[in-house]
Design a protein around this ligand. Structure first.
Ligand code: ATP
Ligand code: MG
Length: 385
């Protein structure tokens, strides 16, 4: 076991890292964050913020020299940096998991090899491939850059055959995947933790609603039957095993109209759809990440009451960069506010979220989601005024 006051190294300094840092420091660990943003949400709370690029050799060697274990909250760390770090300090998750999760082509190949169903897809990495893709393809589809996409960025819908070449050009002629747009019944996600000995614990399955490609709301429990739930958990565990994973892993699923379960993508870190665990489960995904990478016993991860989480994007912030009027929200005891301390709001930027807690044992599990929607709608109305 890696015990406090060991130094935990963290690649990335966003909000996911901020909560990891809080959990680790609460337990007496020290946290060193590597992130190039001087205002990074995690860097501000860390024992040490190495404010440098992810491929800065001096910062990497300083991190490796001091950290007892290194983890990440951001998967797009250059593969060479991750490989170098892993050769000099324990790195959890391992660099192979990171390399797979940061490239949609590698990710889909890995999932198919693991026997996991994904939406029909093709590699489009040249104009010729874009043309060749067209004849036997089932539109509508989505063209996605293989790398560096998040929150729906780097994606274009393609409704007809001529659109593939145009979309490929518009995305900069970088390697892409063409993916069939599937008919979604709903979207769900599994967040799990796996320890160095291969023991796994899953958090309750979340049901996720996106707006313009960005997560808007999660509700827990997800409205899926027991068999689908068990299947999602089993697939997520299989993926973790095949990656020889250690840490927190998130898998996003499409539940199709036919009931079929497809994996959309994975994230080798805690996940936005797991933010409800900060208030509504017996351990948070962030404390569980600390426990997993340090080899402590994983904690039971049970839901204490039905819950919902709604994201607060920069769109809700007034132009003068003050805060939105949060008084109605804060007048609700069941609404738990989380703000990430980002100094600048931009449309689409995740500034915070609210967790809505239901009453334990209550039969109407939709109540927190309804409350989340109505509080969010009030904020959106305020922003429009
Ligand atoms: P993030 O990293 O924030 O999860 P992302 O940019 O990696 O997002 P995806 O998860 O690929 O993007 O897609 C974002 C959302 O767009 C999905 O959650 C889903 O709502 C929709 N979407 C993506 N691909 C498909 C598809 N093949 N069929 C139907 N809907 C899709
Ligand atoms: Mg996604």
């Amino acid at each position: 076991m890696i015990l406090p006051p060991a130094v935990l190294g963290l690649l990335g300094g966003g909000q996911l890292g901020r909560y990891f840092t809080l959990s680790a420091r609460t337990m007496g660990y020290r946290v060193w964050v590597l992130d190039p943003d001087p205002d990074s949400p995690a860097g501000r709370l860390a024992d040490r913020h190495l404010c440098a690029a992810f491929d800065d050799p001096d910062a990497l060697s300083e991190l490796a020299a001091h950290a007892d274990v290194i983890t990440c909250e951001f998967e797009n760390v250059p593969a060479a940096s991750a490989e170098w770090l892993a050769a000099h300090a324990p790195m959890r998750p391992n660099p192979r998991a990171l390399a797979i999760a940061q490239d949609r082509i590698a990710e889909k190949r890995f999932l198919e090899d693991a026997g996991v169903a994904v939406a029909p897809w093709l590699v489009v990495d040249s104009i010729a491939a874009a043309r060749a893709a067209v004849p036997d393809w089932d539109f509508p589809a989505i063209l996605k850059t293989a790398r560096l996409g998040y929150d729906g960025k780097g994606q274009l819908p393609v409704s007809a055959s001529g659109g593939v070449v145009r979309a490929f050009r518009e995305l900069g002629e970088v390697p892409c995947v063409l993916e069939q747009q599937v008919e979604l019944d709903r979207e769900v996600s599994v967040v799990l933790a796996r320890d160095p000995d291969g023991r796994c614990r899953s958090f309750p399955v979340a049901e996720n609603v996106h707006r313009q490609g960005i997560l808007h709301l999660s509700r827990i429990p997800a409205r899926i039957d027991a068999a689908t739930r068990a299947q999602a958990e089993a697939v997520a565990q299989r993926v973790a095993e095949q990656l020889d994973y250690c840490g927190v892993l998130a898998i996003e699923f499409f539940v199709c109209g036919s009931g079929e379960l497809l994996v959309n993508e994975m994230a080798p870190r805690p996940h936005n759809s797991g933010h409800y665990t900060l208030d509504a489960t017996t351990v948070s995904q962030f404390e569980q990440q600390v426990r997993a990478i340090c080899g402590l016993a994983l904690a039971p991860a049970d839901l204490t009451a039905p819950a919902a989480m709604v994201n607060l994007l920069g769109d809700l912030w007034p132009e003068d960069q003050g805060l939105p009027d949060l008084s109605r929200l804060l007048a609700q005891g069941r609404a738990r506010l989380h703000l990430y301390g980002k100094p600048v709001a931009r449309p689409g930027r995740k500034m915070g979220h609210v967790n809505l807690l239901g009453v334990p044992g209550e039969s109407d599990a939709s109540q927190p989601a309804r409350l989340a929607e109505s509080l969010w709608a009030e904020l959106a109305e305020g922003a429009a005024r």
